[in-house]
Design a protein. Sequence first.
Length: 267
Amino acid sequence: MWASRVLRVYVYILFAIMLAPILIVVPAALTATSYMTFPPNGLTLDWFVKAIQDEYLIESLVRSLGLAAISTGLVVFLALLVSFAIERRQFRGKILLETFFTGPRVIPLIILVLGLMIFYYAIGLYETFTGLLLSHLIITFPFAFRTTLASISSLDIFLEWSAKTLGANWFTVLFRVILPQMKTAIIAAFMFAFITSFNNVTMALFLTAPGKRTLPVELFQRLNMGGITPKVPAFSVILAVVGLALFFILDRTVGVFKYMSGGGEED
């Protein structure tokens, strides 16, 4: 009994340590001073209004969301194709190819981005959206690939054979047999890829053109060049609240936790 209590206390302490830096951002955004301070010197909501009215922050947010959404959709689709090919087919170099697709995870990101910068400059993709999108595909693909590959390897292939025996075509087998078994992995792959793409600083810092910054780079440049104003934590708090609200709405309407736990409704 005492061991269970000690473990519970340890988990609470660890949770508090992890959550404290995030919670400190909230009062720092409420300070009445023109610089970020903790504890706050006075309380005001003016910085939240100024953050919303900042055109550069909004533009960079829209750019980051669009980039993350496009790269995530493409990378999950490609990861599914590659995972099926590697898991269901036997060919020479299979292990080598699998290692190649997970390679970007073990290469230092700064070395990877410098190599891409030189290569993009040579082929004319430097400081373009296409080049940045390709770089995000490279860094997010290993996460989506590993997640989908693990799911495909655990699929019950006898269900597919049964469906084909009963006359189902490949389209029906895919959407009625295979994908429902992979829903947890697909959601996880989307989450990993989207978060990795949206939060990436290094790629966008070296590969974006002036005036085309993503949100993480815009925030980084403001903290690095212009000082830490309360507008930055205020915008971060707004993003956190909107993200939690959207996730809550999705869970209440679509049922994210239900599908993650495999408890979807039966037809």
